[in-house]
Design a protein. Structure first.
Ligand code: FAD
Length: 113
């Protein structure tokens, strides 16, 4: 879990948050097993629950890094216009907020219990 499972650029500030959710999910799953509520095989679900979040965060960080390092005046102008548009459109802004805050990926903690 954490960076050992999904290291990526710090763009978007998601690494620590994602690692903390990894730990919460694994902690809950381990608690279910050690208290005898679930069989050992329950732990196999960990990858199922966390791999999509890791893939999403890595893809998001890659997109943000590509955007931040865009070269050329025309591309930079286009990028800035697109970011202004996203900021001005509430549904688009909400989607970005949910993704950057990690709230879009909160289901995994609920499913682990
Ligand atoms: C510039 C920058 C800004 C960032 N900003 C944010 C942010 O705003 N928000 C956010 O959520 N995340 C951010 N991150 C990411 C965040 O710092 C990492 O995702 C997080 O620290 C990963 O925690 P971790 O415990 O998985 O790994 P690490 O913090 O790398 O911890 C691993 C630990 O294991 C130790 N270790 C390694 N090998 C061994 C060994 N063989 N034996 C014993 N110990 C060992 C290491 O010394 C280290 O202390 C940022 C990262 C950078 C670089």
């Amino acid at each position: 879990m954490g960076d050992a499972a999904h290291v990526h650029s710090p763009a978007g500030g998601q690494g620590m948050n994602t690692g903390i959710v990894d730990a919460v999910v694994l902690g809950r799953m381990l608690a279910e097993v050690v208290t005898g509520n679930r069989p050992d095989a329950w732990l196999d679900r960990y990858g199922e629950l966390r791999r999509p979040a890791a893939a999403e965060v890595i893809a998001l960080a890659s997109r943000l890094t590509a955007m931040a390092t865009t070269r050329g005046a025309a591309r930079q102008t286009l990028r800035n216009a697109m970011l202004s548009l996203v900021g001005a459109l509430p549904p688009a802004r909400h989607r970005v907020e949910m993704s950057l805050s990690g709230l879009a990926r909160r289901d995994a903690t609920r499913l682990a219990a």
